[in-house]
Design a protein around this ligand. Sequence first.
Ligand SMILES: [Zn+2]
Length: 234
Amino acid sequence: MTEIRNIVILTGAGISAESGIDTFRSAGGLWEQHRVEDVATPEAFARDPDLVHRFYDMRRASIREKLPNPAHFALAELDAAWRGNLLIVTQNVDDLHTRAGARRVLHMHGEHLKAWCTSCDVRSHWRGPLIDRPPCPICQSRSLRPDVVWFGEMPYRMGEIYGALREADLFVSIGTSGAVYPAAGFVQNARELGIRTLELNLEESQGSRWFHESRLGPASEVVPAWVAEVLRGG
Ligand SMILES: [Zn+2]
């Protein structure tokens, strides 16, 4: 791997699971008798904004009690040490990569700790609840929504992600099922570009067959081991 210079890393729910952050699917799929998919859509927000705000207020509050785990810290260490290009593209809306110290992080599905004003289109850091319709810090209008990408909405900054892939020598997927597009398509895109591909996952995923190599195990073990190997130049 000595020729590796530019790295794109995709992270998913599997890296945050060991920090106690549940996924929609692992949570049993229900919340107050609603399917979670049904509170995470623009249609749900239009129909019952209080319900959607309550759901996201709860999740926003709960991530503040969670802590980054050794997988987040290992990627932050790699980010700090790596001289070439490196981009951590995360599907997670928690802030655990950042809290571990990583800087080159792209949140393709948005962030729990931001609110998006649909009046002035500005995204502001946000920690409190939104259910009481607080004013936007920029334009004072009461049109803030969670800055998370809902089912049926376009992920953020796809052009930047594909640009980074075109420059990359290595694509690494960590803790994702490989089932959800467009993220699932990144590995196929990487293969077409002739980039080496590595999967680090708890178990074999639906996308495993696309990767040159899969290493299976808990993220808190396989990610630090891989980072140590990369930093050794191995
Ligand atoms: Zn505003």
